[in-house]
Design a protein around this ligand. Structure first.
Ligand SMILES: Cc1cc2nc3c(=O)[nH]c(=O)nc-3n(C[C@H](O)[C@H](O)[C@H](O)COP(=O)(O)O)c2cc1C
Length: 170
């Protein structure tokens, strides 16, 4: 297989893993920065840690690495257009696509997020062409609602009952 074909095959294999979708934001150099992110995940309860991965050549890479922290807004089923808006265009165009609330950290969170986590940067791990940004949660919240799902390059909606108490043993 050529390098390009291998790259495509690997992307296709990664894409089989269905994820949720988030917006990650930071405030750096007097400006708001944000992008769509599906690599978000929970890491630890004590201390409360999360992570996500940022591409080295993202234009907001410097902002997220040097911004001191980030805010994650988990997207609901009604947020597909926002997910698309935050993966293209200027930062001003991205934030104009939704309603945001400024937190005490100065970072913006999506007003209607299903869940949100305001984090200080805990550790940065260089990993190939991405950096893993571990964050320690300082404030968070959540509400009932259906999550936006991303699988094989397409958006979908989960089929769970909304607002039901968690039955997971984990
Ligand atoms: C569903 C979805 C998930 C994404 N997840 C990530 C991610 O986890 N990390 C990343 O670096 N880019 C991710 N991207 C791509 C960025 O959102 C996109 O490249 C964005 O334009 C980067 O912004 P910037 O170059 O202005 O910093 C994702 C895009 C989409 C549509």
């Amino acid at each position: 297989m050529s390098a390009a074909a291998t790259d495509r095959a690997l992307r296709d294999a990664f894409g089989c893993f269905a994820t949720g979708v988030t917006l990650v934001t930071t405030h750096w150099n007097g400006q708001d920065w944000g992008m769509t992110c599906s690599s978000f995940n929970a890491v630890s309860l004590d201390p409360a840690l999360v992570l996500w991965n940022i591409r080295h050549n993202a234009t907001s890479h410097q902002a997220f690495v040097h911004g001191g922290g980030y805010t994650v807004s988990v997207l609901g089923s009604e947020h597909q257009e926002l997910a698309q808006a935050f993966a293209r265009g200027t930062q001003a165009e991205r934030f104009a696509a939704g309603e945001f609330v400024r937190l005490d950290s100065q970072r913006l969170k999506l007003a209607s997020a299903l869940a949100w986590f305001d984090c200080k940067l805990y550790q940065t791990v260089q990993a190939g062409d991405h950096d893993i940004l571990l964050g320690q949660i300082e404030h968070y919240g959540s509400r009932p609602g259906k999550g936006l799902v991303f699988e094989r390059g397409q958006f979908a909606v989960d089929t769970l009952e909304t607002g039901a108490a968690s039955t997971s043993p984990f």
